[in-house]
Design a protein around this ligand. Structure first.
Ligand code: GPP
Ligand code: MG
Length: 302
């Protein structure tokens, strides 16, 4: 997509994307989120915008949408001011301000569910100034699990830096994206022992095969326990239909719709372990901006 997107077009695109998924989309629910982070049309013209579906039961009937916000917007302040989240004493409320005090942040993005409403804030660090996990682990409001798992970096060839932290407000979890990519994929044994050591269920053969082609790994932490809640392997793919994973007919409808409209052929597919079993995620870019490549640290394709 070359021209700048208009707010009304963005909203229509959300409606059109929700349709093949049978996800109910209401203007009253979605519009306040689209307009909460900066002055509409101008704000969106430079945004990277993506849609995401997932195959786990928790995401059934939901379409997630994420977009970057303008540089001058603090998304946490905006979300509070617009009533998208409530002030809380839980450490989830202190985390972004704490990260802001410690780290330079290049770009923010937000994530919302068409049904479930506002969810996450992503803080992307400058591509040439990724942040040390050990420093982030020292932040008082950070889940303790980050500090307890610093050793994973050395043991599994993961970076000890991160390019992005995502905070899920209703879910009260934090995603930490390891800052280095795997241009040659990841070894089977590494995946198996990483999942074993972090207390995840043993992966299916299908998950293992997919994870070997991943360019990146991220973990999900919570404040309930120092245990890692989810481990996710992400891979870039030009055609999700050709991946060796079963897709529900509604998700196939979503893929076809995105291929027919605005994706520019860019999909990121992820496989995640979770307490309820493994599941897949599919993210399609609706509006792409070249600087996103830097933020994603030059992902390879599968
Ligand atoms: C992957 O995690 C998504 C991103 C790193 C950023 C997407 C932002 C854009 C502006 C395109 P996720 O949010 O899908 O993870 P989870 O499954 O925990 O929601
Ligand atoms: Mg995703």
């Amino acid at each position: 997509m070359s021209g700048a997107i208009k707010l009304a077009d963005f909203y229509s695109a959300i409606e059109d994307t929700a349709r093949p998924l049978d996800v109910p989309c209401s203007r009253d629910q979605v519009w306040p989120i689209l307009t909460a982070f900066g002055d509409g049309e101008d704000a969106l013209s430079q945004s990277v915008i993506a849609f995401r579906v997932a195959t786990d039961i928790g995401h059934d009937g939901e379409l997630d949408c994420r977009f970057t916000v303008p540089k001058n917007v603090d998304p946490y302040d905006s979300a509070l001011a617009k009533g998208l989240i409530e002030k809380t004493d839980h450490p989830v409320g202190a985390l972004l301000p704490d990260v802001q005090k410690l780290c330079p942040i290049d770009t923010y993005a937000i994530d919302f569910g068409v049904v479930g409403g506002f969810k996450k804030i992503y803080a992307f660090f400058p591509p040439d100034d990724l942040q040390d996990l050990s420093e982030l682990a020292g932040i008082p409001s950070m889940p303790r699990g980050l500090g307890e798992h610093l050793g994973l970096s050395d043991r599994y060839g993961l970076s000890n830096k991160t390019g992005c932290v995502a905070i899920d407000y209703p879910g009260r979890t934090v995603n930490i994206y390891y800052g280095e990519t795997f241009p040659d994929g990841i070894e089977r044994e590494v995946i198996l022992s990483l999942l074993r050591e972090t207390g995840q269920q043993a992966p299916s053969e299908q998950m293992l095969r997919f994870a070997q082609a991943a360019f990146g790994i991220y973990i999900t932490l919570s404040w309930d326990s120092p245990k890692i809640k989810r481990v996710c392997f992400a891979a870039m793919t030009p055609d999700p239909m050709r991946l060796p994973i079963p897709l529900d007919p509604k998700i196939e409808g979503f893929v076809r719709h995105m291929q027919d409209t605005g994706t520019e052929g860019k999909f990121v597919c992820g496989v995640a372990s979770s307490p309820r079993g493994e599941y897949y995620k599919l993210q399609a870019y609706y509006q792409w901006r070249p600087w996103m490549v830097d933020l994603m640290a030059h992902p390879a394709s599968v």
